[in-house]
Design a protein around this ligand. Structure first.
Ligand SMILES: NC(=O)c1ccc[n+]([C@@H]2O[C@H](COP(=O)([O-])OP(=O)(O)OC[C@H]3O[C@@H](n4cnc5c(N)ncnc54)[C@H](O)[C@@H]3O)[C@@H](O)[C@H]2O)c1
Length: 451
């Protein structure tokens, strides 16, 4: 299903609108294909290719076969106009910069045939784990290639680079499925790293969270409500957490998804112990923790009162750290557990008037960096998503010009939806994503800001 077209998309799909968009050089914006349960992984054939030494091609073949995808190794003759739903190129074996020409030779004739909401996925070897200096350089070059190629894709297609560590070949199922599927509609130009980590395949890829308990903060509305809904759709029992004042909305979300509610201001001194006790008593464990609650209190630094600084840092960062400490100390986060935090592009690129918010959201990335090794030892993971412009009450309240600017300044020339952030979190929260640890994945349609 495609999202309901926004006003600009409706206008630019009429003949005079198309003419104006072309003449004025305005961004092209196509409604994106989005996920519905039961939807096939791809809505057309996939073309697979690789440079000599490609070590991931057999795994990619296997994954596509198990998903019943129509995978081909031959692009057909140059006359064919058939569109590819996905093009996957394994560049892991490229060991010199001269051999990067394999990317050109394979993708130059095929990139135009990637269809609407199509996918380009390039695999590589993490440069830090390359066999020698030249190999590391060639692999590092993939990043610039993929980010640029993603900007040349049209009609809602996306492009990503996946670095797979040697020995982690069997841990990429959940990531490849996510990136190829319409669940990753608003993720583009990203670099994901996969290492070795227990990644058991779920019995049913449509319900990977079956039997698992998830806790989501800020779940009463916006992105948090979407996260709770998607995790429940994927089979989880979701504990929906929000401030007492949001009780009615929170109950509405929890009732709709068969979850439970916990009214809790996460900044209070009692909150960490209260959350740990709640989870311990009701469930004995928690498999997915999503730190989504967040606030903005914007003012330039010179005009910012200390209260606004404190409020934002406390909700967005310090409270999250305290909750993590309590859950880790209480041994509630065990093997197979996933912590996912919501950062922001503001924490990567910085935003005028948001020194407090930028610090808090960069700090969230710091939490991921600091905890990833400890969680790996427990057989668990921690990752962050960094949303760009997402259509929520928060962004609807922006002045028109700022809002239109934010919405269009990305490769997909549109805002994302809360469900796009939620789907990305669901992938990182999957039991099959044990190889994905310490990543920050932007959900921003490849925003031009902070790229
Ligand atoms: N909307 C965007 O474009 C965007 C972009 C980047 C990042 N984000 C981040 O995504 C997250 C969700 O954003 P949203 O747009 O859905 O915002 P929102 O304001 O609609 O929802 C945030 C929720 O967090 C809850 N919350 C606030 N303080 C809390 C506390 N002390 N204890 C418990 N719950 C608390 C609120 O009651 C609310 O339900 C935030 O962390 C935000 O910073 C949003």
């Amino acid at each position: 299903m495609s999202q309901a077209a926004d006003r600009y998309q409706r206008l630019s799909s009429t003949p005079p609108g198309r003419f104006l968009v072309g003449r004025l050089g305005l961004p092209e914006s196509t409604p994106l294909r989005r996920y519905e349960p039961g939807q096939p992984l791809l809505d057309g054939p996939a073309l697979l290719g690789g440079a000599p030494g490609a070590r991931l091609s057999p795994v990619v073949d296997r994954i596509l076969k198990s998903a019943n995808a129509d995978a081909r190794h031959d692009a057909g003759d140059g006359e064919s106009t058939e569109r590819w739903a996905a093009v996957v190129f394994d560049a892991s074996g490229i060991t010199t910069s001269e051999d990067l020409s394999a990317l050109h030779d394979f993708l130059s004739p095929t990139i135009r045939r990637i269809g609407a909401s199509g996918r380009l996925v390039v695999f590589g070897t993490p440069p830090e784990q390359a066999s020698d200096r030249r190999h590391a350089v060639a692999q590092r070059a993939l990043e610039g290639f993929v980010r640029s190629a993603a900007k040349e894709l049209r009609h809602g297609a996306t492009g990503q680079l996946v670095y797979v560590a040697p020995g982690a070949e069997d841990h990429l199922d959940s990531t490849l499925r996510f990136l190829l599927s319409s669940r990753s509609a608003y993720v583009s130009g990203q670099v994901v790293r996969i290492g070795a980590g227990e990644s058991p395949a779920p019995a049913d890829w449509d319900r990977p969270q079956a039997g698992r308990v998830a806790a989501v903060t800020g779940a009463s509305r916006g992105i948090g409500a979407a996260i709770a809904t998607v995790l429940a759709r994927d089979g989880a029992h979701v504990v929906c957490i929000d401030v007492p004042a949001q009780g009615e909305d929170l109950a509405g979300v929890a009732n709709a998804i068969g979850g439970s509610t916990l009214s809790l201001d996460i900044t209070t001194a009692e909150a960490p112990a209260a959350l740990a006790a709640y989870l311990q008593e009701r469930h004995g464990t928690v498999e997915v923790v999503v730190h989504n609650a967040g606030i903005t209190r914007d003012k330039t630094l010179a005009r910012m009162p200390r209260e606004l600084w404190d409020a934002v840092l406390d909700v967005n960062l310090s409270a999250q750290e305290r909750l993590n400490d309590a859950l880790l100390m209480g041994d509630l986060v065990g093997a197979g557990a996933r912590i996912v935090a919501v950062s922001s592009i503001g924490g990567i690129a910085g935003n005028r008037g948001q020194t407090n918010y930028g610090a808090s959201k960069a700090g969230v990335i710091g939490v991921v960096d600091a905890l990833a090794p400890e969680l790996a030892q427990r057989g668990a993971t921690i990752n962050a998503v960094a949303p760009g412009f997402i259509e929520t009450q928060m962004t609807a309240a922006m002045p028109l010009v700022v809002r239109e600017g934010g919405r269009r300044m990305n490769s997909l020339a549109q805002g994302g939806l809360p469900v796009d952030v939620a789907e990305t979190i669901a992938w990182l929260g999957s039991p099959a994503s044990g190889g994905v640890n310490g990543n920050v994945v932007r959900v921003c349609g490849q925003s031009l800001i902070g790229a």
